[in-house]
Design a protein around this ligand. Structure first.
Ligand code: SAM
Length: 277
């Protein structure tokens, strides 16, 4: 008998893939957690019935959430990652040569444990001596660390459960305070096709707090719609001013100097969405 995973992306759209083995299922204090083995996507991390990452396409997301902000800041020495329990973002941050210290604040230690056991390709960066891992609520952490970080990266799930506050105006105000005077911030900001209103709202909030706010895109085939957005808010540095020569030569699979700039060129429907504000 065939086993299939089906995600209800909304009331009228589902995503399915065949499962060869259920590697792990658990109810943590925060969410339902599963790790599945599949023929095409390799291993898949699922939280509350929503795909968080797959070994097959994770690089398109993790390289873009990390290297775009890290290369926009000339000295990204102290970096905060909020969420990101699978370890993919931490793996990218710690391999950046100008990062001296990264703090990762994840609310659910069970996600980290499952990733260490089943997703070593992603969790490998969690053992870096550059990384300090804290099991806390990221919202409280930013409020308690004013003026501390060069770069803050929010690698959150959709805005539900403990992640809801990571999309709120009050959180963005605390983020602006937790950054140094020339700091910058990036958050995954959901699907341009299905969450346009949320993207516009995030942009509005951030524009009232930062002089420079830009949306950029990647593709993640296993997220709804395939097209995915990040929002970058900066006190000083502009990602479009980055000189290709300043980008470290690392073995990237998706990111490169051309993509760094091209990712900010938006399709017309997004220009219009953001211009309306
Ligand atoms: N890349 C994925 C995506 O776009 O859906 C998100 C990956 S990562 C698994 C998200 C993590 O954020 C989860 O492990 C979750 O436990 C964590 N998280 C949710 N709310 C949080 C909060 N308030 N503080 C810290 N971590 C949080």
């Amino acid at each position: 008998m065939e086993l299939w995973y089906t995600e209800n992306q909304n009331d009228h759209l589902r995503f399915s893939c065949r499962v060869t083995r259920t590697l792990h299922v658990e109810k943590t204090p925060f969410q339902h957690l599963a790790v599945l083995e599949t023929p095409v996507l390799d291993r898949v991390l699922v939280l509350d019935g929503i795909v968080q990452t797959t070994v097959w396409d994770e690089f398109m997301y993790h390289e873009m959430i990390a290297h775009v902000p890290l290369n926009t800041h000339p000295r990204p020495e102290k970096v905060l990652i909020i969420g990101g329990g699978d370890g993919g973002t931490a793996r990218e941050v710690v391999r950046h040569p100008r990062v001296v210290k990264a703090v990762m604040v994840e609310i659910d230690e069970r996600v980290i444990a499952a990733s260490r056991q089943f997703l070593p390709e992603l969790s490998q960066g969690l053992d870096s001596p550059k990384l300090e891992l804290r099991i806390e609520d990221g919202i409280e952490h930013v409020a308690q660390h004013p003026g501390e970080y060069d770069v803050i990266i929010v690698d959150s799930p959709d805005p539900v459960g403990p992640a809801r506050g990571l999309f709120g105006r009050q959180f963005y105000e605390e983020v602006a305070r937790a950054l140094k005077d020339d700091g910058l911030f990036v958050a995954q900001s959901e699907s341009p096709l299905f969450n346009a209103e949320l993207i516009a709202e995030i942009n509005r909030y951030l524009r009232s707090l930062f002089p420079l706010v830009r949306l950029y895109l990647t593709c993640v085939p296993t997220y709804p719609g395939g097209m995915w957005s990040f929002t970058l808010a900066s006190k000083r540095y502009d990602p479009l001013q980055v000189e290709p020569i300043s980008i470290p030569e690392l073995p990237y699979r998706y990111y490169n100097a051309g993509i760094h700039h091209a990712a900010f060129t938006l399709p017309q429907f997004l220009n219009e969405l953001l211009d309306q504000d």
